[in-house]
Write a new protein. Structure first.
Length: 105
């Protein structure tokens, strides 16, 4: 499984270290990376080129709102939130806001 956190700035994100540590510890076959992209046009180009390689992305600023606007038809996110932090590529494109789900419960 190939996953990545996407946004800008992103070098400070500890997500790759955390996910890769736990994948090794629990023998989960995944690789998690970080990708510095700061605008929706560059992300769409990157996504179109790599969507068959990646299983999903964690989305951070400044892309959360723009990705929601681009793929809102693939969403179960309540319309008032207008932001996503997770994009699943396979088997179908889906976006989620796991922050909302955590706060709701």
């Amino acid at each position: 499984m190939l996953l990545s956190v996407v946004g800008y700035p992103i070098a400070h994100s500890l997500s790759p270290e955390l996910f890769n540590y736990f994948s090794t510890k629990y023998h989960i076959p995944l690789h998690y990376s970080r990708i510095a992209i700061n605008n929706i046009d560059d992300f769409i180009k990157y996504f179109d080129k790599n969507k068959n390689i990646f299983d999903g992305f964690n989305i951070t600023y400044p892309l959360k709102n723009e990705i929601y606007s681009t793929w809102q038809q693939h969403s179960d996110i309540p319309s008032g939130i207008k932001s996503c932090n997770t994009l699943i590529c396979k088997p179908n494109i889906r976006i989620y806001n796991t922050d909302y789900l955590a706060f709701r419960h």
